[in-house]
Every structure is written in structure tokens, then in C-alpha cells.
Ligand binder design. Sequence first.
Ligand code: NAD
Ligand code: ZN
Length: 360
Amino acid sequence: MSVNKFRNFKMVGYVIYGRGSFNQLDEILAPHRKGDAPMVFLLDHYFENKPLAKRIPLRGKDKLIFADVSNEPKTSYVDKLAAGLKGEFGTVSGIIGIGGGSAMDLGKAVSLMMTNPGSSADYQGWDLVKLPGVYKVGIPTLSGTGAEVSRTTVLTGPTKKLGMNSDFTPFDQIVLDPELTADAPVNQRFYTGMDCYIHCVESLTGTYLNEFSKSYGEKALQLCQEVYVKKDHWDADNDDKLMMASYAGGMSIAYSQVGVAHAVSYGLAYLLGTKHGIGNCIVFDHLEEFYPEGVREFKKMVEKNKIDIPQHITKGLTDEQFNTMIDVSLVMKPLWENALGKGWEKVMTRDRLRALYEKL
Ligand code: NAD
Ligand code: ZN
């Protein structure tokens, strides 16, 4: 970030927080219904046949779609969903993305593609989106990614894994109801929760840090520590805390940047399809030299919460495959600059990055 260029960032429009706040969704949506144009609910497929699916406030022509999040969102899937809705309804009143980071990102992207022409792949990058999408709501059922507050939606396209970063991307409304995260499996909840922890460490130790990011980052870090270091069992209080940690962690990186773990894990995601949360954990586990204190605490949390972090996932890869990961990772210039400062290219050479990938 140059000294005279401050980020003027667009935030989420409305926020409701609290256990059971999901029950207010019908009321929240009512003023945004345009004639008989439907609200479309993109619900994480995990909830098919689960009680949450029956609590969706469907009215009139509203549509409930179970979002397939077996893979992280692809531009082709976004395009297919948007084209299907345009074909069926012409226009819709809004899109409500309910689930982990994947379902929320799908919600944002489909909203944007209801109004912007072409393919979502055309908008992978910064400030390429030209028109506001339709009204969009995000409702997390996992805490950690910060996707509920961010100005991006991470998509894998034909040539790259990159978000649609724009001022039109943040949600108009988010519903933060910690009850929705209660049944998440232990490992998944940890991997996604650690995404938040890693956001905080990368933001707080980065060269882009300012008081705005620090204020949110420190709070989010403290909440993660309360949940994963201090507590001996999981309870509702943890769900409350982790949901706010995710929100604050997202706010922290809105005004700074992530760092080494994210830059390296993007390479794993691109080549091996490793998912964001677990990929970050696999990388962070080996980053003592960059984040000594954070990694020490992370290892403690892994042990205390009895989590498995996969090892040796890059064993047996070819030179070409290592080079692909290195190329993808080195494109993430702002992340490296935040982590290592200007002149980072001299610090993180291809050989050093290769050695790091070989450890994973
Ligand atoms: P996820 O959304 O990929 O979901 C992981 C798994 O958990 C899925 O199988 C899902 O069905 C299941 N699941 C979701 N909620 C559940 C619940 N309450 N109980 C049981 N299972 C549940 O996981 P995530 O870690 O939340 O999100 C990762 C995604 O978010 C990636 O696609 C990543 O690129 C994206 N991301 C986006 C941003 C952003 O700013 N837009 C930031 C970080 C990550
Ligand atoms: Zn992340």
C-alpha cells in the first residue's frame, strides 16, 4: 500500500447477531421482495433433510437450492446457477447464501451474475465488476473464514483461483446466529476456526498493519485463544465467541492483508484441490521461522483439541508440479509483501519456497 493511498472500503449493509436471530429472516427479507420475484436460498447441501432446511422462510415462488460445496466454488457452477435462475424467473428479489464460506461465496457470486453480463470468470480480479448484483444476504453456519464481511468471493476459474473483489461484492445483510454452527464436526470446525486464527496472526505480524486492523485482529485472536486454548470442552459460548472472532478477523484483514500461510496454501489448492481451512493448517504447521509465537500456540491448540493435521501431502510430486505451486503462490504479491516487507522477492526465493512445499 503506498503511503498516500488509503483503502476506502465498502462494508456489509446490515448485521443482526444473536442466538435464534435466524428466526427473524422472514421479517428481514419482507421489505426487499419486489412484486412476485422470488427470494432464492442457496443452502449448503449438508443441511438437506436437516431441520434448518425446514426453517427457511419460503413464500410465493421462492426457491430453495441445495448448494453443492463438495468442491470449493467454481466459476462454471456460479454461471450455471445464475443462468438457471434467469431462465426460470427472469429476475429475482434476492439471493441468500447459507452455509460455510463456500455457500456464502456462491451467494455473493450468483447475486452479482444476475445483473452482470458474461461469465463470472471475466470478473476474477480487482474491481472488474461493473454493476451491483441483486440484494444478497449471507448466513454463516461455520465460523472462521470472514467471508461474511469480505469484499471478495473466492472462485476457481478456467485459468486461476481468484476472487471477484469489488465494492459490489459485500453482502447487503448478514445474519450471525451462533446456533447454526452448533453441530459442525470437530475437525471441520477447527480447520475453519483456524482460518480466523491464521488471519489474525498474519494480519498482526504484517507490515501493512495499522491501528484499525490491529484493534479487530487482537480481539479476534483473543476470542480464538479463549475457545481453543483456555476451554476444556466445547459449548454454546464457544460458538458465540468464534462467530464474533470470524467477523472481527475478517474486519482486520479488510484493512491489512493475509500472509505466508495463505500465499502457500493457494498453491496447494490450485494443484491438489486442498481446501482453504485445512490447507492453511497444513502450511501454518511448518511456518515457525515466519510466525514463531503463532505456530507454537497453533501446535498447542492442535494437540489440546485432538485434531489431525495431514502430513506429507506433497510427497512424490514432480518438479513441474512443484513449479506450478510456486508460480501460483508467488503471484500473491500483496500477501508476500505484507508478510516479508518490500524486497520480499529476495527473501522468498523459488528455492526457499520449494523447500517449504517439500516439507508439507
Ligand atoms: P466450506 O464452506 O467449504 O464447508 C466445509 C464443509 O462443511 C462442507 O462439507 C459443508 O457442507 C460443511 N458444513 C457447513 N456448515 C456445516 C455445519 N454447520 N455443520 C456441519 N457441516 C457443515 O468451509 P469453510 O471453511 O467455511 O469455507 C471455505 C471456503 O470459503 C473456501 O471456498 C474458501 O475459498 C472460502 N473463503 C472465502 C473467503 C472470502 O473472503 N470470501 C475467505 C476465506 C475463505
Ligand atoms: Zn483465509
